[in-house]
Write a protein that binds this ligand. Structure first.
Ligand SMILES: CC(C)(COP(=O)(O)OP(=O)(O)OC[C@H]1O[C@@H](n2cnc3c(N)ncnc32)[C@H](O)[C@@H]1OP(=O)(O)O)[C@@H](O)C(=O)NCCC(=O)NCCS
Length: 203
């Protein structure tokens, strides 16, 4: 991080990361992401079902209270002719909290969903890189994992590009849409992440 910039741990190049709020707007945003079948099938191991508001609210509460980090990924507010606009939510990112009796293993698991209209613009990459920084530099973790299902080839390609290594594959551990798919664990270690930081610009 540059010495001249004020310390802002909840900001990366284009994005900000804020808490999940107890507002109708956040209820709706989380529900919209959760009811998107493509997002659900890419990120949830559970049986795909029509998403109720009650289920989305339970998930929202989980992000807000049970994760090590649960944040809404936003584009900063823009300053327009009519005054300041609002921050625009573009996704959700979470780092799993392990139970206290597992905390000494110092690892976490990333889950991420970018809203449909905002995919493919680099926000997922930026948020994952930021969450690695947060996990290692702020939370003091040693290993970060991210899971992908083998039909989600785009996501697997992306994680490898971001420096994750394929660590293991549970073959045909997932039944989805008439076929068997692998459950693929990707991980990155603290030292590997530090090595990568030497080659990229500061956050
Ligand atoms: C996977 C996901 C987080 C990636 O975020 P993103 O902002 O769309 O990705 P970026 O714009 O940073 O990166 C684009 C890259 O991601 C890859 N990618 C990942 N998922 C993709 C998808 N569903 N469609 C197209 N590209 C995808 C592409 O290969 C692309 O690589 P390229 O730049 O070499 O062409 C996002 O697409 C998403 O939320 N998808 C739905 C839910 C999901 O699958 N979550 C992942 C759980 S493991």
């Amino acid at each position: 991080m540059s010495d001249t910039k004020p310390f802002d741990p909840f900001r990366s190049k284009r994005l900000i990361y804020r808490a999940v709020n107890d507002t109708l707007a956040d209820d709706r945003f989380v529900h919209d992401i959760q009811r998107d079948a493509e997002a659900q099938s890419g990120s949830s191991y559970g049986l795909l079902r029509p998403e109720s508001m009650k289920a989305s609210n339970a998930f929202k509460q989980h992000i807000a209270e049970k994760c090590l980090l649960g944040a809404i990924i936003c584009l900063p507010a823009t300053r327009g002719d009519w005054g300041d606009g609002a921050e625009e939510p573009v996704g959700i990112i979470c780092l799993k909290a392990n139970p206290p009796q597992h905390a000494h293993h110092r690892w976490t698991d990333i889950s991420i969903d970018i809203a449909r209209d905002h995919r493919g613009k680099g926000y997922g990459s930026e948020a994952i890189q930021w969450s690695l920084w947060y996990a290692i530099q702020m939370a003091g973790l040693h290993r970060v994992q991210i899971v992908a299902f083998s039909f989600n080839e785009g996501a697997m390609k992306l994680y490898k590009k971001l420096g994750f290594k394929e660590e293991g594959r549970q073959r045909e551990a997932m039944w989805f849409n008439g076929g068997w798919h692998d459950y693929v664990i990707h991980g990155i270690l603290e030292d590997e992440w530090r090595e990568m930081q030497k080659e990229i610009e500061p956050r």
